[in-house]
Design a binder for this molecule. Sequence first.
Ligand code: GRG
Length: 288
Amino acid sequence: MDVILKKAFDKYIPLIDQWLDKLLPKDDKPPQAIHRAMRYSVFAGGKRLRPIMAIEAFKWVGGKGAKIYPVACAIELIHTYSLIHDDLPAMDNDDFRRNKPTCHKVFGEANAILAGDALHALAFELLAKTDDAKIIGEVANAIGTEGLVGGQVVDIELEGCDVSEDDVRFIHERKTAALFVASVQAGAMAGIASEKELKSITQFAKRLGLAFQITDDILDIKGDQEELGKDIGSDLEHDKATYPKAVGIEKSQEIAEQLIQKAKKALLPNHSNSLFIALADFVINRTY
Ligand code: GRG
């Protein structure tokens, strides 16, 4: 891994985890079952890419201080909530996530649904503390029918169907790229971005997020289950709408590479771009 990225992971992940620990209800607080389920999934060992992007976008536009941390944590709570629900028997029915049994396998389906719901509620409680309705609105929009929910619905609808590149782009821009975009927008808005900065960082995240999901599709075929920490072959098993299914593995890799180049080009000059560039390189080369 690139030195810049390793340094950023080493610096940010423990800080984000400390904030998450402070902001989540303790697991001995009644009702314990739900608080344990929430903490189990949040602290299962995610890469924390989205909160890191929120913090970095905040700094990229000149934001200072710790007020970005609750916003970044809210994004990670929403991400974890989406993973818990994505793994449910009614959705992908996966048994492993972040190298651990999925939330519903440990706590039962009802508690897994409720843990997702509670993480969702807590995320908006944290976002509300910004007193910035635009941030709250952007994040809400990114996870509703124009974003994650919309992408997930079409993802399920198109299982077992012939799919085109346009179909999978539609799904991936919503189910994955939308939260990358919301992460940088929330960070940039909290740091009082200019219109030009907001446009640049939004383009960056949209392309990066799409490339991220394409590499996810490829890793589901070529990846190592232990390194990835989740079931592989799950897309093939469910005959999912993926880039490799639509255009083949080689073309998928090519498209992802082009997106990464375009993402880097979207970044404004005279800004501290090095961590975003390192993240873009990580996404195209990632093995987990
Ligand atoms: C409204 C939040 C919400 C969810 C309901 C279930 C659902 C709709 C959407 C599913 C979205 C989803 C799980 C997309 C896949 C995105 C993806 C590639 C996740 C893996 O991200 P990583 O690799 O995970 O960053 P870690 O574990 O490292 O955090």
